[in-house]
Unconditional design. Structure first.
Lengths: 115, 113
């Protein structure tokens, strides 16, 4: 069975602090894809990143970075120098590589950046 | 360009009524997905279409739920005999190909009284 766990329900940080959102996944597939989405108060899910299971290179995009570690089945997301506009709910998701096409979402982490 | 659009944005109905929720995917996207998101939860998969056909409807909770995509673009999610437990935000997403990232619409908030 596929499962995504985001143990942090809510996080609050002060603006300019760094924050890491944790994501742990479970799957028996050897091929799979991992995603992060942002859901701001407006409600629309915004795609942030996709990684496939064969690419463990960490990725940096501006203030965002992702740490993918297959050994611990984790795909953590770090925001550097957080800003108020980063306040949102962040979802980690898993898609199986070879069968089915549905996404399995975690329960999300609500991030509040305090000015 | 235009993103995924969903109508209505809000729908309030009474228990037992029938509702239809519409999704307009991004033009050219062949894959279309429906999810349901309850408060404090992540989106839960309902059904996905590749073209006109439902490729996977394993997430539909029961036979009161049905979805169509007759021409391979717009899709309608239909719920019969609505129950209070159906209250949630119904999200639609589309992707240019099966497996690539999904682009989500703003959702329809359904409230069953």
């Amino acid at each position: 069975a596929q499962k995504v766990t985001q143990a942090q329900t809510e996080i609050s940080v002060v603006e300019k602090e760094d924050v890491t959102l944790d994501c742990v996944y479970e799957t028996r597939d050897t091929t799979y894809y991992l995603f992060w989405y942002k859901q701001p108060p407006s409600g629309e899910l915004v795609f942030l990143i996709r990684r496939n299971s064969f690419d463990e290179q960490n990725e940096i995009s501006g203030r965002y970075s992702w740490n993918f570690q297959k050994s611990t089945s984790s795909f953590n997301f770090t925001i550097t120098a957080s800003q108020v506009v980063d306040s949102a709910v962040y979802f980690c998701a898993l898609r199986r590589g070879n069968t089915g096409n549905q996404f399995y979402f975690g329960t999300g982490t609500s991030l509040t950046v305090i000015p | 360009g235009a993103g995924v659009s969903q109508t209505p944005s809000n729908k309030v109905t009474e228990k037992g009524k029938y509702v239809e929720l519409r999704c307009d995917p991004i033009s050219g996207h062949t894959a279309l997905y429906w999810y349901r998101q309850s408060l404090g939860q992540g989106p839960e998969f309902l059904i996905y279409f590749q073209g006109t056909g439902a490729a996977d409807d394993s997430g539909l909770p029961n036979d009161r739920f049905f979805a169509v995509r007759p021409e391979g673009s717009v899709s309608t999610l239909k719920i019969q005999r609505t129950e209070r437990g159906d209250s949630a935000v119904y999200l639609c997403a589309s992707s240019p190909a099966v497996g690539s990232e999904q682009f989500f619409g703003p959702g329809t908030r359904l409230t069953v009284l």
